[in-house]
Design a binder for this molecule. Structure first.
Ligand code: GUN
Length: 295
C-alpha cells in the first residue's frame, strides 16, 4: 500500500483544536460565535451538508441556528430573512446553502448577506478582495481548505504547475484565484480546464498539482496524471452501486483506486477535502466573531 494519503480528517481536527483556544478566548470576553444556516427546500445533499456543519458548530461550542424554508419561498421572503440575520447581534456568520430553487437568484441572495457576516466568501466584495489578494475578506471554504491541506502537508506550490478542473463560482474560480496569488500556499502557474477545453488530459499530464472540482464521477484517470503529481479531489458524486443497501454510493471526481499508485500525494474521498470545508467555515465564523468584538 502506498503511504501517500493526505488525511483531511486529521488536519481538520488539528485546526478545530487551534480554533477551540480562540473560542475560549472569545467566551472569556462575553462573545459566543454564532452562525445562521439557511436552507431552502429539501435537497437531500444540502440536508446532509447542513447537518454536518451544525454538528461541527456544536462540537466547537459555537451557537448555530438553522432556518429551513419551503421550496416555494419567494426571493423577497428569503431576502427579508437575510436582512434580519444581518442585523442580529448574536449572529456573526450567515450561510445560505446552495443550490437554491431555480426561481431565486443566488447572486442576489449572496450579495444581500453583509460582507462582514459572509463566512462563505460569496459576496462580491469578498470575491473582489480575493482577486486583489486582500486578506481582510472571507475566502470560500472549500478552496481555502484545499490550500490549507497543501500547506499543512508540505506540498510545494511555489512555481508549481496547477490544473484546476472546473470553473464554478464555489470552487474552481476561487481556487485558481487563490493559487495564483503571491504568497504562502500559492505562487503557482494555474490552468483552469472546463467543458470547452480542447485536450484536458494533455493539460493534466503537465500538472504538478491537480484539483478536481468539475462534478463528474471518477473523471480523472490514471493516464491523465504525471507520476508523483499531487491530486486533490473535491468531487462528491452519487453513482449506482448494486452492492450497497441504498443502491448508490458516493465517489469523487478522481478514479482513486487507479490514480493513487501514480500520485505523489492524494486526498481520499471521503476524508480529504470535505472535512476541511467545514474546518474553514468554523475558522471564518470565529474570525467574524473576533472582528465583531474589535469593531
Ligand atoms: N453548496 C455546495 N458547497 C457549498 C458551500 O461551500 N457553501 C454553500 N453555502 N453552499 C454550498
Amino acid at each position: 500500500m502506498v503511504a501517500n494519503l493526505i488525511d483531511g480528517r486529521a488536519i481538520a481536527a488539528q485546526i478545530q483544536l487551534e480554533l477551540a483556544a480562540r473560542v475560549a478566548n472569545l467566551k472569556a470576553r462575553g462573545v459566543i460565535p454564532g452562525l445562521a444556516f439557511v436552507r431552502v427546500g429539501e435537497d437531500p445533499a444540502s440536508k446532509v451538508y447542513v447537518g454536518r456543519k451544525e454538528k461541527a458548530c456544536a462540537e466547537l461550542g459555537l451557537v448555530s441556528e438553522t432556518h429551513i424554508l419551503p421550496e416555494k419561498t419567494s426571493e423577497a421572503e428569503l431576502l427579508a430573512l437575510i436582512g434580519k440575520l444581518n442585523s442580529a447581534k448574536h449572529i456573526h456568520g450567515i450561510l445560505v446553502q446552495a443550490p437554491l430553487p431555480k426561481h431565486i437568484s443566488e447572486a442576489k441572495v449572496f450579495s444581500t448577506v453583509l460582507p462582514t457576516k459572509d463566512v462563505d466568501g460569496f459576496h462580491p466584495v469578498n470575491v473582489g478582495k480575493l482577486m486583489l489578494g486582500d486578506e481582510s475578506g472571507f475566502k470560500p471554504c472549500t478552496p481555502a481548505g484545499v490550500v490549507e491541506l497543501l500547506v499543512r502537508s508540505g506540498v510545494k506550490t511555489d512555481g508549481a504547475e496547477v490544473v484546476v478542473l472546473g470553473r464554478g463560482n464555489i470552487v474552481g474560480k476561487p481556487m485558481a484565484a487563490m493559487l495564483c496569488q503571491k504568497g504562502k500556499g500559492a505562487n503557482s502557474t494555474v490552468t483552469i480546464c472546463h467543458s470547452a477545453t480542447r485536450d484536458i488530459a494533455a493539460h493534466c499530464r503537465r500538472a504538478d498539482i491537480i484539483v478536481a472540482a468539475l462534478g463528474v464521477a471518477e473523471f480523472l484517470k490514471a493516464d491523465m496524471v504525471k507520476p508523483g503529481a499531487v491530486v486533490m479531489d473535491v468531487g462528491v458524486n452519487r453513482v449506482p452501486d448494486a452492492t450497497s443497501k441504498t443502491g448508490t454510493k458516493l465517489v469523487g471526481d478522481v478514479d482513486f483506486k487507479n490514480v493513487r499508485p501514480i500520485a505523489g500525494r492524494i486526498t481520499p474521498n471521503p476524508g480529504g477535502v470535505g472535512p476541511m470545508t467545514i474546518a474553514m467555515l468554523l475558522q471564518n465564523t470565529v474570525r467574524a466573531a473576533e472582528q465583531f468584538l474589535t469593531n
